[in-house]
Design a binder for this molecule. Structure first.
Ligand code: ADP
Ligand code: MG
Length: 234
């Protein structure tokens, strides 16, 4: 059996709001296998984004263990976490976060340059073109974000997130700004690409129909993460 991409144990996140201590994440025990897709649902303010930030090394857990792609994230310096992120992570945001002055191709190529894969310029351009073609945008390579629809921009975001074949893809309500059909298409592509690459997916969504497509659905409530559905062991 291959080792999990994500494993947390007895993990807590405490933050401070002014003088008020906040217990944001409570005793999180959670693991994610290579290629597995997990959806996380739960009310606003329950801690979903906070958990994503901890898994992405963007927020440090207060205590407990967090291992992602074989790296223990607790007690790392900011520099170590930055290197961890660019080698192991893809992130898909609700608001796309594309660079407006760059074409679709340049946006995707930039992610590969940052990942420092050791590829040559022509290899990077080839891989970026292939990723955009895989999301159905092979004829939009030279378009800047403002010349693309919301669904197309999010597909560029997806191509950018997966072009480096990350071990873990983190997505925070990636279809929140798309109509339902467009959102469903983006999610289908995300799942297919993840399976092709063996990428584990952590998907936060408000949409129960999208959540049901995942291998497993988890629920966050007041900082507690619980299983709603469990995949049946093969
Ligand atoms: N940097 C922060 N400092 C203090 N409190 C925060 C911070 N980030 C989030 N919170 C609080 O943590 C709780 C969980 O937030 P969040 O993880 O964004 O929830 P969700 O994504 O489920 O809506 C909320 O009560 C929020 O106000
Ligand atoms: Mg959130």
């Amino acid at each position: 059996m291959s080792s999990p991409v994500v494993a947390t144990a007895a993990m807590n996140l405490h933050l401070q709001s002014g003088k008020t201590p906040l217990h944001i994440l409570k005793d999180i025990e959670f693991s994610l296998a290579p290629g597995e897709v997990v959806a996380v649902v739960g009310p606003s303010g329950s801690g979903k984004t906070s958990l994503l930030m901890v898994l992405g090394g963007l927020e440090q857990a207060t205590n407990g263990a967090v291992s992602v792609a074989g790296t223990m994230l607790t007690g790392r310096s900011e520099d170590e976490l930055a290197i961890f992120r660019r080698k192991n992570l893809g992130i898909l945001f609700q608001n796309f976060h594309l660079i407006p002055s760059m074409t679709a191709l340049e946006n995707v190529a930039l992610a590969l340059e940052i990942a420092e894969t050791g590829q040559s310029y022509s290899e990077i351009m080839g891989a970026a073109t292939a990723a955009l073609t895989a999301v159905g945008l092979g004829d939009r390579l030279d378009h800047r974000p403002k010349a693309l629809s919301g669904g197309e921009q999010q597909r560029v975001g997806l191509a950018r997130a997966i072009v480096s074949k990350p071990k873990l893809l983190l997505a925070d309500e990636p279809t929140g700004n798309l109509d339902q059909d467009t959102g469903a298409k983006v999610i289908d592509m995300m799942f297919a690409l993840a399976r092709d690459n063996g990428t584990a997916v952590f998907l936060i969504t408000h949409d129960p129909a999208l959540a049901r497509r995942a291998d497993r659905v988890l629920s966050m409530n007041h900082g507690h993460l619980t299983a709603i559905t469990q995949s049946v062991p093969a």
